[in-house]
Design a protein around this ligand. Structure first.
Ligand code: DHB
Ligand code: MG
Length: 225
């Protein structure tokens, strides 16, 4: 009889998956340890999700990746390691400390040359990328401020092309997104973002709920037709 899905079970099963399938080297452990030392909440992607992002990127042959929100560089390292020779990851974060530490951690991981950091509120960085007319991205990992997801998504579509895959992180809020009376600004932002996806005929999409070391969460996956 399996145990009920309490937090301990979720964590134990993620540990089990990691035991078989995932190796976190010193470079990946660094940003996790630093976050604990700095009292930053454990909001990096889980090891299983980091590996998923890397596999997804490799599966679509991504050469150009955009990440919104690098924190201390944990997901940045997973994504950068998915890139082929000459590939490029553009990573945005609002905090100078995050960009500096993520840069050091990418250096330690041996991928610093593949990553270009932009330190600004993401909306401003996205506007600059759009106005500069940069080449479109193959994979976009949308994270950071959930209230701003509708704005991020609008800009992200300007940085996409047919075939671009967009992953929007943390869209479940432990299930609260499905409560129409929720007063949480993040829940409203995520619902507005979902409506944009729903109403755009250029897109095909799904969303997956996840359980594991980060509890009940999930992500949307969108493909530009
Ligand atoms: C939260 C934000 C994240 O980007 C994440 O991966 C997990 C949680 C949050 O704001 O709670
Ligand atoms: Mg996230």
């Amino acid at each position: 009889m399996p145990a009920p899905l309490d937090d301990l079970t979720q964590k134990r099963v993620d540990d089990w998956i990691e035991h078989y399938l995932i190796t976190e080297d010193e470079a990946l452990l660094r940003p996790i340890r630093q976050a604990v030392e700095l009292d930053i909440p454990p909001i990096s992607v889980s090891p299983t999700q980091g590996a998923f992002l890397k596999l997804l990127s490799q599966s679509i042959g991504a050469k150009r990746i955009l990440e919104i929100g690098c924190l201390l560089g944990y997901s940045t390292i997973w994504l950068a390691r998915s890139l082929p020779e000459g590939g490029k990851l553009v990573s945005l974060d609002i905090f100078e400390r995050n960009v500096r530490m993520a840069g050091e951690n990418c250096e330690f991981a041996g991928v610093r040359d593949k990553v270009e950091f932009h330190c600004n509120p993401a909306e401003r960085s996205l506007n600059i990328l759009v106005n500069d007319g940069v080449d479109p991205f193959d994979l976009i990992f949308m994270d950071a401020d959930k209230v701003s997801y509708p704005i991020y998504f609008d800009r992200v579509l300007h940085l996409s092309k047919p075939g671009t895959v967009i992953i929007a992180d943390n869209i479940i809020r432990k299930g609260e997104v499905a409560d129409p009376s929720s007063p949480l600004p993040a829940v409203r932002g995520i619902n507005e973002f979902m409506k944009m996806v729903q109403e755009d005929d250029r897109l095909e999409a799904t969303a997956m709920q996840t359980v594991g070391s980060k509890g009940h969460d999930g992500f949307a996956m969108i493909r530009v037709k």
